[in-house]
Ligand binder design. Structure first.
Ligand SMILES: *[C@@H]1O[C@H](CO)[C@@H](O)[C@H](O)[C@H]1NC(C)=O
Ligand SMILES: *[C@@H]1O[C@H](CO)[C@@H](O)[C@H](O)[C@H]1NC(C)=O
Length: 354
């Protein structure tokens, strides 16, 4: 009897694990293959070889690029080099990416930049918020951009237990922001369990010097975050659910869900075109290739444009698809004046004239 019971329990556990594995594979669209869709006027950006995970562009066309991310479970082509922030002036005929100097006193050796967001104050001062992972921890680094000196002045580091596994950030003033946590746990083994069991425990938090709180939860893996040009809506990507959550922002900074858009592809970061409100997504067409990196069969890239997200039928356009022979693991797509930048988690970056 005891043996039979043990067998039955074993059977149930195996069936449960099998079902979880299948759900997990479906979630990341393990075996998705796409037809390439090239754009005519593109080239790889010189000097970016180890990632361009997130990009933000100022109203005047200056693009900030975070490069050199070291993220658990992801490939990295420059594991021994610190990360950096690059600047590109998209008004130039042939824009080049140059590294921004960072003020003395900031620990460059452990700089591991992830999501970034810019904020232009009323007096035209430009602030750059950077999600950083020094020693595998999560912090927010706040910098002031000094254009004449091509440099970033470090203003402060923000640490908090609510920011345990930060991924992306969107600034809402010169000293406040929303940020996403992409895992609930911080231990590797528990993170795998969380993903595998499909626990939707990750969240969005709001920070200001006066207040720090969770404003939304229930995401499998909250990832890219951005805000509509009028500041009324916040877009939160749930990477493991392949969805974008449109959240209404209230005067007290609370968020309530308006709608959820579901996609076939794994969206990573979202960029909002400040002139028309279009949302651009850097996407992973095939999750399995991303998580099991094989240089012989690399993960591809995909860019989506989403128009009229609040309407009954938003228009979703597939703008770019590559099988990884040009660009691997696209994580962001940002536009300015008919120019498109596509960034990647650990690979290169592409510049296109649209
Ligand atoms: C991706 O997964 C979704 C949900 O399982 C499915 O509807 C869709 O057809 C898949 N796409 C491809 C291209 O396999
Ligand atoms: C924030 O405002 C919304 C809408 O007015 C309200 O429903 C919510 O209870 C408020 N939340 C907090 C924490 O004050």
């Amino acid at each position: 009897m005891g043996k039979l019971l043990a067998l039955a329990v074993l059977g149930i556990v195996a069936a449960f694990l099998g079902e979880r594995l299948q759900t997990f594979r479906n979630k990341i669209n393990a075996s998705r293959e796409l037809e390439p869709k090239r754009l005519p006027n593109c080239h790889l950006i010189k000097g970016i070889e180890a990632g361009s995970e997130d990009i933000d562009i100022l109203p005047n066309g200056l693009a900030f690029i975070s490069s050199g991310l070291k993220y658990p479970g992801m490939t990295c082509f420059a594991p021994d080099k610190p990360g950096k922030i690059l600047l590109m002036d998209l008004n130039d005929e042939n824009p080049r990416a140059t590294e921004l100097r960072i003020s003395h006193g900031f620990d460059m050796a452990s700089f591991n930049p992830h999501g970034i967001s810019t904020y232009v104050d009323k007096d035209d001062a430009v602030y750059l918020f950077v999600v950083n992972h020094p020693q595998s921890k999560s912090t927010v680094e706040l910098f002031k951009f000094v254009e004449e000196e091509n440099s970033l002045v470090h203003l402060k580091t923000i640490r908090h237990e609510l920011l345990q596994s930060m991924n992306d950030i969107v600034a809402v003033s010169s000293n406040s922001f929303y940020a996403t946590n992409d895992h609930y746990f911080t231990e590797h083994i528990l993170i795998y369990l969380e993903l595998f069991l499909g626990l939707a425990w990750t969240n969005v938090v709001y920070y200001s010097p006066k207040e720090f709180r969770e404003v939304a939860t229930g995401f499998y893996s909250a990832n890219g975050i951005n805000i509509s040009p009028d500041g009324k809506y916040v877009y939160v990507v749930d990477l493991m659910d392949r969805s974008i959550h449109v959240m209404e922002k209230h005067a007290n900074w609370s968020l309530t869900e308006v709608k959820v858009l579901q996609f076939d592809t794994i969206i990573d970061n979202v960029f909002v075109d400040r002139y028309n409100g279009d949302i651009w997504g850097g996407c992973h067409p095939n999750g399995m290739k991303l998580f099991n990196y094989d240089p012989e069969n690399p993960p591809g890239s995909e860019v989506l444009r989403i128009q009229d997200i609040l309407s009954e039928k938003p228009t979703v356009t597939q703008v770019y698809v590559d099988d990884g022979s040009v660009l691997q693991a696209s994580s962001v797509a940002a536009v300015y004046d008919k120019k498109l930048l596509i960034g990647t988690i650990f690979h290169r970056a592409l510049y296109c004239k649209l």
